[in-house]
Design a protein around this ligand. Sequence first.
Ligand code: SF4
Length: 363
Amino acid sequence: MTSKEKIISFPHMGNYYIAIEFLIKHTLNMKILTPPPITKKTLELGSKYSPDFVCVPFKYNLGNYIEALEKGANFLVQAGGGCRFGYYGEIQEQILRDLGYDFEFISILNAEDMNPFSVYGIFKKLNQKLSFTKFTYYFALTLKIAEIIDKIEEYIRENIGFEVKEGSFEQLQKDFLNRLKTVKGFRDIDKIYKKYNILFRNIEINKPKNPIKVGVVGELYVVMEPFSNYFIEKELAKKGIQITRFITVTYLFKNHPKEKELIKFSGKYLKYAIGADGTDSVARTKQLAEAGYDGVIHVKPFGCTPEVNAMPMLQNISNDYKMPVLYFSFDSQTSETGIKTRLEAFYDMLLMKREKQKWKKVI
Ligand code: SF4
């Protein structure tokens, strides 16, 4: 490592880069270099230098790192995970070193071990002058930023499919995210949330009383990073579908039920935890089936063992509740046209099911 000024970068996941930038800006004396937005090139770069069999979040992250290093980053951060993702940081570091990049690399803890004390320990090593009080203040603010992103995006998911003027939600979301980048303190965040909550609810929508409802479950990265799931939520919304998903940063850090509770809730479908988000996928699919959802879409990276384990249980739930489940497996070779065609067919099936139910009531 030769450069004196530390330029830090981290992988993308949805719009959470805003919260991460905020935390780094206020707690570390480093310049921030957020990787360029994910494109096909990011995935191509990541895939080119990744082992072929590795799951796709590894490839996206590696692509993000290469693009950031090329732009001048020299300090990279990776987070651990509850499955083999926990080992990915070391392999990614080695690959990047073999490619000849000069940088420092740090792996942050697993989400389960993530608490203000443990994260403070890591940040303190990077900035000796950082006090615990200052760190906890900005850490709490960071979580709050993620929380309001999640709240607003939840409203968008449920309503964007019914907007009267095309593009109004997306335009306002851009303004909202830009405004979030200027946050200074808690009051500011509350003000922004109140303002945009009203503005979003003022967008004219034409929503039927009982719209088609689809839940999205699966592995956290492909659920939360829209590029990696080929903007599935957007595609569904275009058809006038109300979308529900549980996995967000707030859910993972604040509201995630204990594994035991998820197993209990899964009832006869699951007796043991199946790792990462697999248990969650089963419990939530059952919840959506009981709530009368029209369908569920299960997304996973190709070869993701916890989600592969969840699939037979999802199929049992689907059979018992007569609720269709559509399975998507993503890799660098996934065809966008194939996804759109299958979504189209799924939507037609949901419509036909609704029609059938309507006629049953009449007869
Ligand atoms: S949960 Fe699945 S896709 Fe995600 S890192 Fe683990 S094995 Fe890979």
